[in-house]
Design a binder for this molecule. Structure first.
Ligand SMILES: Cc1cc2nc3c(=O)[nH]c(=O)nc-3n(C[C@H](O)[C@H](O)[C@H](O)COP(=O)(O)OP(=O)(O)OC[C@H]3O[C@@H](n4cnc5c(N)ncnc54)[C@H](O)[C@@H]3O)c2cc1C
Length: 225
């Protein structure tokens, strides 16, 4: 694959890569087709239980509901202060399209602190959080020069040693870790649920975690009826 200084690779045939933008588009299309109303650009400030109803305080208008499921992952601490969640930022960059890019697939390096993959003929790389643990323990969706430089150096040294490239985009996202790896899928109070703390694996875990959450909600709904 054109790597430099790499002696061994271990193949895992069970791992796959998907286009997360296309995933979100397909998911939106599916749920909207089922009649789910999706509201964006609104912050939830908190919620209050009033008898058997829940009043959700939002930046737009209050919303009343019988059941509430929080899927706010790393941002849940703002709504449930005591929850066992530690926020971890992941910084990412992507190169320009590279002619005859040899790297195909998804790859992990350094205990998983580095992750790279091809996206068509571009190379996407994220990680280096282990070089600045405390700094990356944040909810700020920024990038920093230190980590971005480490990522670029990694590409130059190991991935595309003799190939010229440039970085077209840089961004970050926030992951939710905790004292254990399993997601928190539970009823917090009568008819108030959460499905959070995806441990940086939420794309892979979501189908199962979501099924568990749906089951919890359905059984609680039966009690209301
Ligand atoms: C760099 C990086 C690489 C990753 N790589 C992988 C990978 O290879 N495989 C994998 O499986 N997972 C990966 N993940 C993890 C995966 O992206 C997450 O686990 C997943 O996105 C979690 O989905 P979610 O919907 O639970 O939370 P999020 O995607 O964080 O969505 C939560 C949403 O809630 C909104 N929100 C939060 N608080 C409020 C509020 N008070 N009011 C209104 N809205 C609110 C946020 O704006 C956000 O839209 C990666 C994450 C990062 C950052």
């Amino acid at each position: 694959m054109g790597f430099n200084g790499v002696d061994h690779l271990i193949e895992n045939k069970l791992e796959g890569g998907l286009h997360s933008g296309k995933l979100i588009q397909a998911l939106l299309k599916k749920v909207q087709g089922l009649g789910v109303q999706v509201l964006t650009g609104i912050s939830v400030n908190g919620y209050t239980k009033i008898k058997n109803k829940i009043l959700v305080d939002t930046s737009y208008a209050p919303i009343q509901t019988r059941q509430l499921l929080l899927c706010t992952n790393a941002f849940t601490k703002e709504l449930i202060p005591g929850i066992d969640i530690v926020t971890n930022r992941g910084q990412v960059l992507i190169t320009n399209p590279i002619k005859n890019l040899k790297i195909k697939g998804t790859f992990h390096f350094d205990k998983g602190y580095y992750y790279f993959r091809n996206l068509g003929s571009r190379l996407l790389l994220g990680g280096a959080r282990n070089s600045a643990f405390e700094q990356e323990n944040t909810l700020e969706m920024d990038i920093t020069a230190g980590i971005q430089e480490k990522l670029e150096k990694f590409i130059h040294e190991y991935l595309l040693p003799d190939i010229s490239f440039y970085i077209t985009d840089r961004w970050s996202g926030i992951m939710a870790m905790g004292t254990e790896k399993l997601p928190i899928v539970q009823e917090l109070d009568d008819n108030i649920f959460c499905c959070v703390r995806m441990s940086g694996m939420g794309v892979a875990l979501a189908p199962v975690a979501a099924q568990e959450a749906a089951q919890l909600i359905r059984s609680a709904l039966k009690k209301i009826r």
